[in-house]
Write a protein that binds this ligand. Structure first.
Ligand SMILES: Nc1nc2c(ncn2[C@@H]2O[C@H](COP(=O)(O)OP(=O)(O)OP(=O)(O)O)[C@@H](O)[C@H]2O)c(=O)[nH]1
Ligand SMILES: [Mg+2]
Length: 397
């Protein structure tokens, strides 16, 4: 699973990335600090299956029954109006972003960055403008790709060398779009039976917009919320766009302080605590005081909430714990709940087998639900929190 961080220049994408991945990348209060994409590992936070057991599993990614499951995060260059035509850093940005399964659009909600990414006074830029222009850049870029191919596509269909759905899919496969996305949109817009040369401009734009929304669902990260006097703007945005307020800078500060052993803080918490035996400098005290004020204002820093929302609420993924020994809930080495897999909510036992290993999938016999001890078949749908043993002719080891 990969989540892409996108948005105008200088809104805090790299700060979000550094905070979420604990990998320091360059950030700065000027546009185009990032040119090449940064790729790193972050985590979504969920309940570990050991929460209901007598003892904790002891996995290094489990903290007292809270499990951290890895996901990939990609931080790309900032976008300017006209990027689809190559302005700013051009449309390489768009190609990089399209490698993701979902997008987090980072917006400076405090209105202190203008459309070109230059710092301006708080509240002087309307963040809604950014949301609209970024979506438009994607749509215009999709349109450009399709326009280029349109005459060829019409010819292929006329000569019966391809069908509408196949031909369209082919034009977008490099962008992580598949036949099922295209089919769903053609059906929902009743375009399947309409000849391509009869499609109006409005049909084309509706198709492309819907295709983008379905294949790259987007959440707005209302960043720099710490700078806002009041948060009414977020309510306004949330009427039309799903959004979560956040302060990437505060999350980064808390993670650094926690890593340095100055405070106890778990990402996603609404508080942190100082350590008794640690003396803080005035500067550190001030910074932590400011961080406390931010948490009082927005509840949590929002970084963890955003990643969790994308994975569980937007992409509707589930977590399943594969084990090799269904009584000890362990692998062959005795590690309890050794792995937590992120799966789509329509995954079956056999899908899990293939995700563990191609050979395990090919030799799938049946599976065992370790909680109920019941045998389950290949087509059995898995649910969140399941602990599953796969029985396969080709089981490893
Ligand atoms: N107050 C505040 N400042 C922030 C926050 N997040 C980032 N910043 C600041 O905003 C500026 C830009 O941050 P970056 O992370 O470099 O922004 P970016 O979107 O990656 O910028 P480009 O790579 O140039 O597109 C830096 O000065 C950050 O310290 C936040 O939550 N609150
Ligand atoms: Mg950056």
């Amino acid at each position: 699973m990969q989540i892409g961080l996108i948005g105008k220049a200088n809104v805090g994408k790299s700060t979000f990335f550094s905070a979420a991945t604990e990998t320091m990348v360059q950030s700065g209060n000027f546009p185009f600090t990032t040119i090449e994409p940064n790729i790193g590992v972050s985590y979504v936070k969920t309940e570990c299956a050991c929460k209901n057991l007598q003892t904790r599993c002891g996995n290094s990614l489990c903290l007292e029954g809270t499990r951290f499951v890895p996901i990939k995060l990609i931080d790309v260059a900032g976008l300017v109006p006209g990027a689809h035509e190559g302005k700013g850093l051009g449309n390489q940005f768009l190609t990089d972003a399209m490698q993701a399964d979902a997008l987090v659009h980072v917006v400076d909600i405090s209105g202190s960055t203008d459309i070109h990414g230059q710092p301006v006074s708080i509240g002087t830029h309307d963040p809604l403008e950014d949301i609209k222009f970024v979506e438009e850049e994607f749509d215009l870029w999709f349109k450009q790709i399709l326009d280029r191919e349109w005459p060829k596509l019409i010819k292929e269909i006329e000569q019966k060398r391809t069908k509408i759905s196949e031909g369209l899919t082919h034009r977008f496969t490099g962008l992580g779009i598949n036949g099922s996305h295209v089919d769903q949109i053609l059906n929902s817009l009743s375009l399947k039976a309409k000849q391509l040369n009869e499609w109006s401009d409005s049909d084309i734009m509706k198709f492309l917009k819907s295709l983008r929304k379905l294949s790259k669902p987007m959440l707005i990260a209302s960043n720099k919320a710490d700078l806002c006097e009041e948060l009414d703007i977020i309510k306004k945005i949330s009427i039309d766009f799903p959004t979560i307020p956040c302060s990437a800078e505060t999350e980064l500060l808390l993670r650094k302080a926690s890593k340095a052993g100055l405070i106890d803080y778990v990402s996603g918490s609404n508080s942190f605590s100082g350590k008794q035996d640690v003396n803080l400098s005035d500067e550190q005290n001030n910074a932590l005081h400011l961080a406390k004020n931010v948490l009082n204002k927005i509840g949590v820093t929002g970084i963890q909430k955003i990643l969790n929302y994308v994975i569980f609420d937007i992409l509707k993924m589930i977590i399943v714990f594969p084990v090799e020994d269904e009584t000890k809930l362990s692998n062959k080495d005795g590690q309890v709940l050794p792995d937590a897999k992120l799966l789509s909510s329509t995954s079956t036992a056999k899908d899990l087998a293939f995700i563990i290993h191609q050979d395990i999938g090919k030799g799938f016999l049946h599976a065992i639900d370790a909680k109920t001890k019941q045998r389950i078949g290949a087509e059995h749908y898995l649910k969140n929190g399941d602990i599953i043993k796969i029985v396969s002719t080709l089981s490893r080891g």
